[in-house]
Write a protein that binds this ligand. Structure first.
Ligand code: SAH
Length: 230
């Protein structure tokens, strides 16, 4: 799968994909991440990407021309399995189900907004999807793009070492999780500062362990995310 990112801060992405699972996925050729500098598609001497909002008010807005020019040059032809995603606080909510649906695309192109946001014609006529990573406002779409790419990348078959391990994660309704939170995990030592690991996890009875984990996952979900139980 190929991820494209359109940004005015390409250096931002030197860190987020250089480690762990995502880096290994890249090295194994299972995914590719291509960072594009929006300023390459400006035509004036100052490489202007923003302008004042019509109607007045605070801040600046990303202009439509460089964004349309960039997408049309990265993808001279739009195809059904290539989706343009605009990162936006006012988009639909990103979650594990959206991430799973993105794994069916061949390529994603993520547009990072800045300032007060992006000219609305980009949302209306260039983007296939408008995505928010949560009910809070970031200063730019770069962190949001990194969140989306990281989440989708680990769902691509082969990227996680063990093919099934994503199925048991929180929110995944594909495995035994049924969309609940993950169950708690423990490792050695079996006793630490007097706190003991639950006995049942040590007894080797896999069916009992499975039922116990399910119970803990339900309890944890009821405590922190009762909205997931309905
Ligand atoms: N005025 C806008 C916020 C602009 S923040 C509003 O109130 O909705 C600047 C950019 O940061 C946005 O264009 C978007 O690309 C990104 N951004 C901010 N919050 C985000 C969020 N929760 N999810 C995804 N992108 C976000």
């Amino acid at each position: 799968m190929i991820f494209h990112v359109l940004t005015i801060f390409p250096e931002f992405f030197e860190g987020p994909f250089a480690h762990g699972v995502v880096k290994r996925g890249k090295d194994a050729g299972l995914l590719d991440i291509r960072i594009h500098n929006l300023r390459e598609w400006t035509s004036d001497r100052h490489k202007t990407v923003d302008d004042r909002p019509f109607g007045g008010g605070e801040g600046m807005v990303l202009k439509p021309e460089p964004l349309f020019a960039a997408v049309e040059s990265i993808w001279p032809e739009r195809q059904p399995e290539r989706k343009v995603v605009l990162l936006s606080a006012s988009g639909r909510s990103f979650d594990q189900a959206v991430a799973n649906s993105y794994t069916r695309e061949a390529e994603l192109l993520l547009i990072c907004g800045r300032y007060e946001g992006v000219d609305e014609r980009v949302a209306e006529h260039l983007a296939d999807d408008e995505i928010s990573i949560g009910n809070y406002v970031l200063s730019g779409g770069e962190l949001a793009a990194a969140v989306v790419i990281d989440t989708v990348a680990r769902l691509i078959p082969g990227v996680l070492g063990n093919e099934t391990s994503a199925a048991f994660d929180s929110f995944q309704d594909t495995g035994h999780g049924e969309g609940l939170l993950d169950c708690p995990h423990w490792t050695r030592p079996a006793e630490f500062r007097g706190w003991k690991v639950p006995e049942v996890l040590l007894n080797g009875n896999h069916e009992e362990i499975r039922r116990f984990r399910k119970k803990l996952a339900r309890e944890k979900t009821a405590r922190w995310r009762p909205d997931l139980l309905v």
